[in-house]
Design a binder for this molecule. Structure first.
Ligand code: TXA
Ligand code: MG
Length: 356
């Protein structure tokens, strides 16, 4: 099936109607959200959802986020609607926040990978919202890439990963650039299962009220250490190696720019195709440098498209300068660490060489 261009701000109703029909009939549609492109299927149709797992090569234990057009539509899919959900939904939806809540009976096992809770979100993208409204369905949609690989921020990334069999709505480049923050709002304290551009600080600010008097939000942090353990099954997106380009990724702290440059030059001299990504000036003639944006939101927006472009250009090793501490960088830092995670064959994992 073709890639169909669609106006990102005012999607053509006939294009949307056709895609909605495909979803209603149990087929797959790839569509833009504000974060990354999703691969959608009718969330209440187990056979349709099974097609997602097949197309992505996704392990059966990894649950899929359900996209809905409004908080009211989300509520129908949860068996409980705690005050935290009300507050966070009002504050951040439509937007890049996924709330993990007890699931309603209507939600099939295959969507939650058998877990008692379902991930719900309202995407802030006109094409996605038009599609959800036209289909009059909740739409299960993981990122539209093959499992473990980089998420797509453009329609062409989707086609390259999944081939020509899927209908792809091309609504241009996504604006947020990394996947949504996944939050378990009812644990004490609320727990971020996957950091994103909505930070722990943003979430805590909303929850710090009388209705839901929680003051801190825990980041999942150390859960990463045990990808085979319970926590991994609880939130499989925490698997260490994930979101990876084909090239090897090595992280370095800004303070080690000089020693890193020596290693980069040495690799380049051996014929390795290298690239260096930093947020600052970089003067090393002959070394491919990408200057990344200074701010966290802009960095996130550019991250995957930069890694895709370097992969496409045949880059073999990317040295990426680590980003600052601070909660607005949590999502980016998380994706960089996962991209750099070693593949277990002695490839360099750089500074952050965690093994599960
Ligand atoms: O921004 C996004 O979230 C994108 C767009 C398409 O919405 N979607 C996305 O989906 O990134 P996916 O499947 O690539 O990642 C979803 C993450 C996974 O880490 C998954 O384990 C977690 O959310 N997740 C989904 N449902 C869950 C649940 N019921 N309990 C715990 N974690 C869940
Ligand atoms: Mg994904």
């Amino acid at each position: 099936m073709p890639v169909v261009r669609v106006n990102p701000l005012e999607p053509e109703p006939d294009v949307i109607a056709r895609a909605a029909e495909v979803l209603r009939a149990g087929g797959l549609v790839a569509f833009p959200t504000e974060t990354v492109y999703g691969l959608g299927a009718h969330a209440l149709d187990p056979e349709a959802v099974a097609r997602i797992y097949e197309a992505k090569g996704r392990p059966a234990y990894n649950p899929i986020i359900v996209h809905v057009e409004s908080a009211a539509a989300a509520r129908v899919l949860a068996s409980e609607w705690p005050p935290e959900a009300e507050l966070l939904g009002s504050a951040f939806w439509p937007g890049p926040l996924t709330l993990v809540l007890p699931r309603a009976e209507a939600v099939p096992d295959i969507v939650t990978a058998g877990l008692p809770r379902v991930g719900l979100r309202v995407p802030a993208n006109a094409v996605a919202l038009a599609l959800l409204r036209a289909a009059r369905l909740p739409v299960a949609a993981p990122s539209a890439n093959r499992s473990m690989q980089l998420s797509p921020t453009r329609a062409e990334h989707v086609v390259r990963a999944l081939g020509e069999d899927v209908l792809v709505l091309d609504g241009g480049e996504t604006s947020v650039g990394i996947e949504s923050t996944v939050l378990d709002p009812t644990s004490i304290p609320p727990r971020i299962l996957r950091p994103g551009t909505i930070s722990a600080t943003d979430i805590a600010a909303v929850l710090r009220t009388d209705a839901a008097p929680r003051t801190d939000v825990a980041s999942v942090g150390s859960l990463d250490e045990s990808p085979g353990g319970d926590s991994a099954r609880e939130s499989p997106g925490q698997l260490d190696r994930h979101y990876s380009p084909r090239a090897e990724v090595r992280l370095f702290p800004p303070s080690r720019l000089d020693t890193t440059l020596a290693a980069v030059r040495e690799a380049a001299a051996r014929g390795v195709r290298v690239a260096v990504l930093t947020r600052g000036e970089f003067a090393a003639p002959g070394i491919h440098h990408v200057r990344m944006p200074d701010g966290a939101a802009e960095f996130a927006r550019r991250l995957y498209s930069t890694l895709h472009a370097l992969d496409d250009g045949g880059c073999q090793v990317m040295w990426i300068e680590m980003v600052p501490e601070g909660s607005e960088w949590d999502g980016v830092r998380d994706r960089l660490r996962r991209a750099a995670h070693t593949r277990g064959e002695g490839g360099g994992g750089g500074m952050d060489d965690r093994r599960g």
